[in-house]
Design a protein around this ligand. Sequence first.
Ligand code: GTP
Ligand code: MG
Length: 202
Amino acid sequence: MKIKSANFVISNSNYKKCPPADYPEYAFIGRSNVGKSSLINMLTGRKSLAKISSKPGKTQLINHFLINENWYLVDLPGYGWAKVSKDAKAKWSVMIEEYLMNRTNLCCLLILIDSRLPPQKIDIEFITWAGTIGFPLTLIMTKCDKLSKGKTQANLSALKKELKTKWAELPPIIMSSTISKMGRDEILEFIESVNKSFNENV
Ligand code: GTP
Ligand code: MG
């Protein structure tokens, strides 16, 4: 799919203030610093559409971007940031849970996982929670430019093994890098196919 336009629409902390739920929507979630905002910039080909930082905790709100005037990408704040207070964590959970549970046009939750790390408890817990609720999920391994192929594959295999202890069928997993643009075509093709079925069903 060609990206003809990509525009920031609105940031907010309340799902009720999100744009009308009229277009198919894809939300990026994952640990702080995993590369959610960077991936949005890589996919859209706009360097600073979503704000990024080398320090975790940059994205704090629900951010909507309208792509090609007919689908939304959503950048969410990350989980698992150690420096956040208990109170802030509780607020994050409420904000994200309410958004995820009430956003009727949400077609897929894209969960980003850092390919440099062995399976992290917090990611497994989040994937398990999201899977139990029944969200359509896709996992995206980020920063695949960082480690050797062998080490990246070892982390991927360990993640699959861990997930297989809970799930008979694994969600699709896409490897990505914002440096080499690995995964860009695959993610956009996936979104294009889901957009088609969304539009056939309205
Ligand atoms: P929060 O908003 O804090 O939750 O973080 P985030 O998940 O949005 O991460 P962000 O996109 O801000 O990126 C965090 C850091 O990782 C930045 O320094 C990025 O440049 C870097 N980064 C993101 N993706 C990649 C990648 O594919 N490869 C490399 N080498 N660095 C990346
Ligand atoms: Mg971010």
